[in-house]
Design a protein around this ligand. Structure first.
Ligand code: HDD
Length: 752
């Protein structure tokens, strides 16, 4: 169309189009050199040297999957058309009889547009409705052929494209990102032997042990059915009623009430496959495995007061953070690790590896790093990719198989089933984001929205009329691990499943004092929201088995007597292998102490001291932090000397909770102007309260005093998160500030 009609495009419009900046600036590269180097589909991905691919991928975001998606992306520079390809001359006015007359039913263009609009929404996911996603790749460190024949692990340096969706569980599609909740961590590997979905969470254990209880759990946590409240929150009666009656949920409760329930960023949280799976090698030998994702940036969290306020200031906080990091080329990265263990080892453990409410301490089975995953490309279209992607716990490839975990069994059924409704029929696997790179040939036919056009009259197997095709792949295909089984048909649980507290206690006892205090505060907050005191009492009677300190602290904090301990199902559980596990604390993965992508507010106003500010700003930028220049209003700010600075935000539109650190400049007039602002006191107090890093240069220490912020801790020691000094020392101050910011936050303040 464009070729036939270029002269019909008005000249100014062509200019405007040429000048228009693409929303995603990095995208231009995809269609250049990097894309030309993209691996062809299938096994050829393995033949491209890892070094070449790593640079190719990080430069241009190319992968076999993004190349496969390219034809589905609509192009700029085209004239407007209807869905039938008819060009639209006027997209402003409906068809009328005279300018003031009635609109005609004949207006098929109006009717097509409105009808399509009327059907733009699809049902949201029953759980994990709120999510954010990105494309990337997984690269294997070494060949794992002795362990598994799964395609991504067949050669060192082998690249497999991935699409990853992170989510909250309870909230609706438009809910806030920073709700206290488990985060979904779903990875679709487009392997050359079919799609493998590792549909995990940021927490390694689950609330229930059997899929039979999943609808009950979700009904309990979702908004209460009579009035539809509260949104994206577990702090209400029905959730705590259910979990206090289900002691198997205690371990998962400990995790979600810990700071893991409010991550700082999706890029700063771990991922876990949760269940025990099997790895199977080409000889049919099998080992058990648990999957772990460890973030390169380390694990970091918000504090509760901050999370609540971010919900108002920027409900898209995590979505924006992920998007912006990828757009700026700071690609988030995780290392994949495996806990590999034999069936005999599993039998010797004090817990059952088929119980999803238990983890395997890393001290018992170490996590072996096997590869890394990089997310280097944002989706082009939220709906077509993030919303329509369909993960399924049943999607495994040869070399990966299931264990008999009864929670996993329910999941193997649930995902495909729910997606048939959500995505409107049985053919959603053909949607571009869901389609595998591996070829699909079978006799499944018809259904709503079928895309492929099968040829010929044969749609059955065996056949002779189609030359026997498609034929069974035999050993080249998926072969279930032939586990020998013998048992009675019954409903019940193995005995070790009844130990509900040993690992909840292990988790609590492995936390630092600050983490334990946060867990207690989270329980206190949630339980304080209940309207039925008996539920509170029941929960405390259960928590006594985790820690008397925790339960009695809660009783005191909630103004109630400590109830007697709940009877245990298993009075004498097996002795655990470890009483504490260092890996369970968020402190176990501090990251590299760098400040890349950390967001820092530099407060400015007319009359600030420009030279020292410029030094600090440059140092932060060269360390990779994102600098925001926040002033009483937008526009040009005139420092005491030097060039004007353009404010990037105003005190009104930039809530303090959105920044990891704060810089106060020197300069008498500027300090005076800032001191007059209503928002300033809140800004400083909030940064201080949330343990953020503050730098006050020269006379701006008066602003700290004005906000009641002390540079010393309650014990008289200097606060490690407050850097103070003369503007003439800006270079050293910047270095100290960056080092302190690398600690993420300063919980020492909480002691006082
Ligand atoms: Fe689930 C979605 C993770 C137990 C049934 N689940 C869903 C998603 C994640 C998980 C990350 C969102 C995928 C996406 O981004 O689209 N679910 C888990 C984990 C579980 C778990 C780690 C326990 C270890 N789930 C679980 C059970 C059942 C389900 C026991 C049912 C028996 N989950 C679903 C579902 C969802 C889903 C209803 C909703 C939307 C969807 O599947 O596509 O089928």
């Amino acid at each position: 169309v464009a070729e036939q009609m270029p002269e019909q495009m008005p000249e100014q419009m062509a200019e405007l189009m040429a000048a228009a900046m693409p929303e995603n600036l990095g995208k231009a590269k995809e269609f250049g050199r990097a894309n030309a180097l993209a691996p062809a589909r299938g096994a050829s991905m393995a033949s491209i040297p890892a070094a070449a691919l790593a640079s190719t991928l990080s430069e241009g975001n190319a992968s076999a999957k993004t190349a496969a998606l390219d034809p589905t992306r609509s192009n700029a520079g085209q004239a407007l058309s209807s869905n039938q390809g008819v060009l639209i001359g006027d997209n402003q006015n409906s068809l009328k009889v005279g300018l003031r007359g009635p609109t005609l039913l004949e207006d098929f263009l109006l009717r097509e547009k409105i009808t399509h609009f009327d059907h733009e929404r699809i049902p949201e996911r029953i759980v994990h409705a709120r999510g954010s996603a990105a494309h990337g790749y997984f690269v294997a460190y070494a060949a794992l052929t002795a362990l598994t024949r799964a395609a991504p692990f067949q050669a060192a340096g082998k690249i497999t494209p991935v699409f990853v969706r992170f989510s909250t569980v309870a909230g609706e599609r438009g809910s806030s990102d920073t709700a206290r909740d488990i985060r979904g961590f779903a990875v679709k590997f487009y392997t050359d032997e079919g799609n493998w979905d590792l549909v995990g969470n940021n927490i390694p254990v689950f609330f229930i042990q059997d899929a039979m209880k999943f609808p009950d759990l979700i009904h309990a946590v979702k908004p209460e059915p009579h009035h539809g409240m509260p949104q994206a929150a577990s702090a209400h009666d029905t959730f705590w009623d259910f979990v206090s009656l289900m002691p198997e949920s205690t371990h998962a409760l400990m995790w979600v009430m810990s700071d893991r329930g409010i991550p700082r960023s999706l890029r700063m949280m771990q991922g876990f496959g949760v269940h025990t799976y099997r790895l199977v090698n080409a000889d049919g030998e099998s080992q058990f495995v648990k999957f772990h994702w460890k973030p390169k940036l380390g694990t970091h969290s918000l504090v509760w007061d901050e999370a609540v306020k971010i919900s108002g200031a920027d409900p898209d906080f995590h979505r924006r953070d992920l998007w912006e990091a990828i757009e700026s080329g700071d690609y988030p990265e995780w290392e994949l690790g495996l806990q590999i263990f034999s069936e005999a080892q599993a039998d010797s453990f004090s817990f059952d590896v088929l119980d999803a409410s238990k983890l395997i301490p890393e001290e018992l089975v170490p996590v072996t790093p096997v590869g890394r995953m990089v997310l280097n490309r944002n989706p082009d279209n939220f709906f077509a990719e993030t919303e329509q992607v369909a993960f399924c716990a049943a999607h495994v490839v040869p070399g990966i198989d299931f264990s008999n975990d009864p929670l996993l069994a329910g999941r193997i059924h649930s995902y495909l089933d729910t997606q048939i409704t959500r995505l409107g029929g049985a053919n959603f696997h053909e949607l571009p984001i869901n389609a595998p790179l591996a070829p699909v040939h079978n006799n499944q036919r018809d259904g709503l929205h079928r895309q492929t056009i099968p040829r010929g009259r044969v749609a059955y197997e065996p056949n002779s009329l189609g030359g026997g095709c498609p034929f069974q792949a035999g050993a080249a295909g998926f072969v279930s691990f032939p586990q020998a089984l013998d048992g009675e048909k019954l409903r019940g649980k193995p005995e070790k499943f009844a130990d509900h507290y040993t690992q909840a206690k292990l988790f609590y006892d492995s936390q630092t004092a600050v983490e334990q205090a946060h867990i207690e505060a989270a329980f206190r907050f949630e339980l304080s929201k209940l309207t039925v005191p008996a539920i509170r009492a029941r929960m405390l009677s259960s928590l006594r088995h985790v820690s008397t300190k925790l339960a009695s602290g809660l009783a005191a904090g909630l103004g109630m007597a400590l109830p007697p301990a709940m009877p245990k199902v298993l009075e004498q559980p097996p002795t655990p292998e470890f009483a504490v596990s260092a890996a369970l604390s968020l402190r176990a993965l501090p990251g590299d102490g760098g400040v890349r992508t950390r967001s820092v507010a530099l407060l400015i106003a007319d009359g600030v001291e420009g030279a020292s500010l410029a030094i600090v700003r440059a140092a932060l930028q060269s360390a990779g932090a994102t600098v925001h220049l926040i002033a009483p209003r937008l526009g040009a700010i005139q420092p005491a000397q030097g060039a004007v600075i353009d404010a990037t935000g105003s005190l009104e539109n930039s809530a303090p909770v959105l920044f990891d650190g704060l810089v106060l400049p020197d300069g008498a007039a500027g300090i005076k102007a800032l001191g007059k602002q209503m928002e300033l006191r809140d800004f400083l107090a909030s940064q201080y309260r949330h343990g953020k890093t503050l730098l006050a240069m020269g006379g701006s220490t008066s602003l700290l005093e004005q906000a009641g912020v002390s540079a010393s801790l309650a014990n008289g020691e200097p606060d490690p998160g407050i850097v103070i000094g003369a503007a003439s020392e800006a270079k050293r101050l910047a270095a100290d500030f960056i080092a302190a910011l690398g600690r993420h936050r300063h919980p020492e303040r909480e002691a006082g």
